[in-house]
Design a protein around this ligand. Structure first.
Ligand SMILES: Cc1ncc(COP(=O)(O)O)c(C=O)c1O
Length: 363
């Protein structure tokens, strides 16, 4: 099967096999050594010397951990949304009683820095800004992070939290150079590992806020996670088998070289975009901000998105993702992140072309 969704992504055989290793004591020497090794590796991918914690959770768990550690009920928060995953941040802020200023941009666009500046400067109480780096629902990568971090840090104690779940490890995210306070990612995306682990980086500025935050928290208390990690453990039982996989996938990524990993993602994303356009289709993302991990493709008039997904799977053994929320049925999403190579893209494009033809599209 050609799994062309934006996560979970294909797990290489070596990584899958690594996950089948016999269980170990999660409070023993082997785990101690593994957590030290993987944390160092994950930090390298994050391009950071900040603390990075690995949680046993999906990406949404990392998002929730950021909210409960950085925000208390009543806190003023600026949430920037360019799609479904930005909206998830808005929901989290609401659920935990934050006072969210919502800044929403149309599907296919990146956030506009001028509008962010107006919203941020218009409310002197905002000390937390939340943003999605790569919006998986629309196939857009935001180019604004370094400038946004600079803007946020003009205000004393203000923190920028970045959801880089579907970008980090596939496209460069320069956590330290861009001065990003808290950055999230998830194992089932570019990391070539099964779902179940999530990463959270925290810098000094963010630790100060986390320490001062009166919000109760338990499973996702990042202070507990960091304290445990320093003694080679996790506070709660970790997903050990997925950790074995991560250990292996990091080795593979470094053997390829991160610059080569990024170049491969860019090359395959361009190949996907060009192939799609050659079929006469258009992309949802505005030109210049298209994601190198997922391409959102507008469907021609009269083509039902759900039917297309079914035909692609049944006749071409290829799995694409549908649209989310208001985009359901109107787009499909073609994932090209993680363990992906030219033949996967060629086969994916052939499957898309064939499925459209089955549904009567003449191109
Ligand atoms: C940008 C982004 N944020 C958050 C999430 C949520 O992660 P999970 O589904 O692992 O909880 C995803 C997953 O698709 C994502 O792509």
């Amino acid at each position: 099967m050609n799994l062309r969704i934006p996560g979970p992504t294909t797990v290489p055989d070596e990584v899958a096999q690594a996950g089948a290793a016999p269980m170990i004591n999660h409070r023993g020497r082997e785990f101690f050594e593994m957590i030290a090794r993987t944390t160092e590796g994950v930090k390298k991918v994050y391009q950071t010397t900040n603390d990075v914690m690995t949680l046993t959770a999906s990406g949404t768990g990392a998002m929730e951990s950021a909210i409960v550690n950085l925000m208390a009920p009543g806190d003023e928060v600026l949430v920037i949304s360019i799609g479904e995953f930005g909206d998830r941040l808005i929901n989290l802020v609401k659920v935990y009683g934050g006072k969210g200023t919502e800044l929403k941009f149309d599907q296919g666009l990146a956030a506009d820095l001028n509008q962010i500046e107006v919203a941020f400067k218009g409310n002197a109480n905002i000390r937390l800004v939340l943003v999605t780096h790569n919006e998986t629902s629309t196939g857009v990568t935001q180019p604004i992070l370094p400038a946004l971090a600079k803007l946020v840090h003009e205000r004393d104690g203000a923190i920028l939290m970045v959801d880089a779940i579907s970008s980090l490890s596939s496209v460069p995210v320069k956590t330290d150079e861009w001065d990003l306070d808290v950055v999230l990612s998830g194992s089932q995306k570019g990391w070539m590992t099964a779902p179940g682990l999530a990463f959270v980086s925290v810098n000094e500025r963010a630790w100060a806020k986390i320490d001062a935050n009166p919000q109760p928290r338990f499973y996702f208390d990042l202070r507990r996670h960091q304290k445990s990690a320093e003694s080679g453990q996790t506070p709660w039982t970790p997903a050990v088998s997925i950790w074995f996989q991560l250990d292996k996938s990091l080795t593979m990524m470094f053997a390829e070289g991160m610059d080569n990993v990024y170049a491969r993602h860019h090359r395959l994303a361009s190949m996907t975009r060009n192939g799609v356009k050659a079929m006469g289709l258009s992309l949802l993302a505005t030109e210049g901000i298209e994601s190198d991990t997922v391409t959102a493709i507008r469907l021609p008039e009269g083509i039902d998105g759900q039917k297309l997904l079914n035909v692609a799977q049944d006749k071409f053994d290829t799995v694409f993702a549908g649209g989310q929320g208001s985009l359901r049925g109107k787009i499909i999403r073609f994932g090209h992140l993680g363990w992906v190579h030219e033949p996967d893209i060629t086969a994916g494009l052939d499957a898309l072309r064939g499925s459209l033809a089955e549904l009567g599209y003449k191109g």
